[in-house]
Write a protein that binds this ligand. Structure first.
Ligand code: ADP
Length: 287
């Protein structure tokens, strides 16, 4: 008589069990490797962020100390009557105004970053004229424009429709881009071009606003990181160009909060162009 267990021969049972154990062990191992990889990536990102934050604190302290020293010295000289001629007093007055303006801008930038982190990137958007926003941004950059001796060219297509925006936040975003164009693009024959035109994104029309300078541009390996909070390019640190590394991060957050996009186009030696796409008021209202 031949008797056979329902599970098959002993050898087959052992082989099946072995394969099952092997599969389970392989799965656990794979899970372990994936977890380890994720942990490593997370640690590296956390380390990079901590490093950037430390650099930010050092940088902001330095940025605060420079104008404070200038203000202290100017006050000291005026009070001690070191400067007595009207022209000298005028120069010190101008210096105090300039340095105080720089301090104010820096503190406001940090406050805006904190409020964006708390979730208040923009207020309720409403239909606004892009031309007026551009005018406002140029007006807010007047002091820097004079210092940098830069010419501004505006090209605003006539008859443009309104965009759906928080006017103040959008003006701030354009002001940040303009400030950067003047800070990094200044030099011989400094020119900054701001343009606004209607473009098609698939079927829907959108507003395209661009801010372009003719400076040295942004190295390719930095272009992917310039929108990160606290990030500053190599040249910014080397040439001690003022800044806290928050400007472009704020611009990106403001544009994205409007449902828009931002990208950069730059080649070394050929300047940098920041291109914003924003939804139109009529399209937003219809959707
Ligand atoms: P900050 O200007 O305070 O450094 P931003 O966030 O505004 O911070 O810019 C991040 C970096 O991007 C800058 O440090 C600089 O390296 C680079 N960058 C921004 N705008 C320009 C520009 N127009 N030309 C060249 N480099 C730029």
């Amino acid at each position: 008589m031949f008797v056979r267990h329902r599970a098959g021969s002993l050898e087959a049972v052992v082989t099946r069990a072995r394969w099952r154990n092997l599969a389970v062990t392989g799965g656990v191992l794979l899970l372990l490797v994936a977890t380890l990889g994720a942990l490593l990536r997370f640690t590296r990102n956390a380390q990079r962020l901590a490093q950037l934050q430390m650099e930010f604190i050092a940088n902001v302290s330095h940025e605060l100390r420079t104008p404070l020293t200038a203000l202290y010295t100017a006050g000291h000289n005026l009070r001690g009557r070191v400067a007595q001629q009207p022209a000298q007093v005028e120069r010190y007055g101008e210096m105090i105004q300039q340095e105080a303006g720089r301090l104010k801008e820096l503190v406001e930038q940090v406050l805006r970053f904190a409020s964006a982190n708390a979730g208040r990137v923009i207020q309720e958007p409403s239909p606004v004229e892009i031309g007026k926003i551009i005018e406002g941004a140029i007006g807010a950059s007047r002091a820097l424009l004079q210092t940098a001796q830069c010419a501004i060219e505006t090209h605003i297509e006539p008859g443009l429709p309104e965009v759906m925006a928080d006017a103040q936040a959008l003006q701030q975003a354009l002001h940040n881009l303009l400030t950067n164009a003047l800070k990094y693009g200044a030099g011989n024959d400094c020119r900054v071009r701001i343009s606004a035109a209607l473009v098609k994104n698939g079927g829907a029309p959108e507003m395209e606003v661009s801010v372009a300078d003719r400076g040295p541009g942004i190295p390719e390996d930095e272009q992917g990181r310039i929108f990160d909070a606290f990030y500053r390019g190599k040249r910014a640190s080397q040439d001690q160009i003022h800044g806290a590394g928050l400007g472009l991060n704020l611009v990106k957050r403001i544009v994205e909060a409007h449902g828009g996009t931002i990208r950069v186009r730059s080649a070394p030696g050929e300047g940098a162009e920041f291109i914003l796409r924003l939804p139109l008021a009529a399209v937003s209202a219809a959707s």
